[in-house]
Structures are given as structure tokens and as C-alpha cells.
Write a protein of this length. Structure first.
Length: 78
């Protein structure tokens, strides 16, 4: 059900692209680093996308699964 939902796929893709964009490789004399400043700057946008994702999951939930959102509280604290 979830895997075949185009809305969930689209939102998940956007969240993934934004999050992966915070990782930088072979820059600033480091092999890999996470851009915490950019993550904080994108906080509102990320929270909006997480809300969309959770809303869609609740829309299609027929009771066969439980949603446990651990990311929204983490992002709110940024």
C-alpha cells in the first residue's frame, strides 16, 4: 500500500534529496561532513514536508500499520 502510493513516493524522494544534500564529500579537507547549518536553515521546509508525509500516511492508513514519527521531534529541536 505505502510502497505503491505515488504521493508518498514523491514526498519521500524530496525529503531524501534534501537530507542527502547536507552530506559533503572530499571538501574542506574532510572525507565526509554533515552541514548542520544548512539543515537548520531548511528546518521549516523539512517540517512542512514531514507534515505532508504524515498526513498522507494517515489518509491511506486502513489500520494495517502504525506510524511512529521520530524525525519531526528531532527537526523541531534544531
Amino acid at each position: 500500500m505505502i510502497d505503491n502510493d505515488s504521493v508518498i513516493q514523491s514526498i519521500s524522494h524530496d525529503i531524501q534529496e534534501m537530507y542527502f544534500g547536507y552530506f559533503h564529500f572530499d571538501t574542506d579537507d574532510e572525507a565526509c561532513w554533515f552541514d548542520e547549518n544548512q539543515e537548520r536553515k531548511d528546518k521549516r521546509k523539512m517540517l512542512a514536508m514531514l507534515k505532508q508525509l504524515n498526513n498522507r500516511l494517515n489518509e491511506i492508513n486502513d489500520g494495517s500499520f502504525t506510524v511512529e514519527d521520530l524525525e519531526t521531534p528531532r527537526v523541531r529541536k534544531l
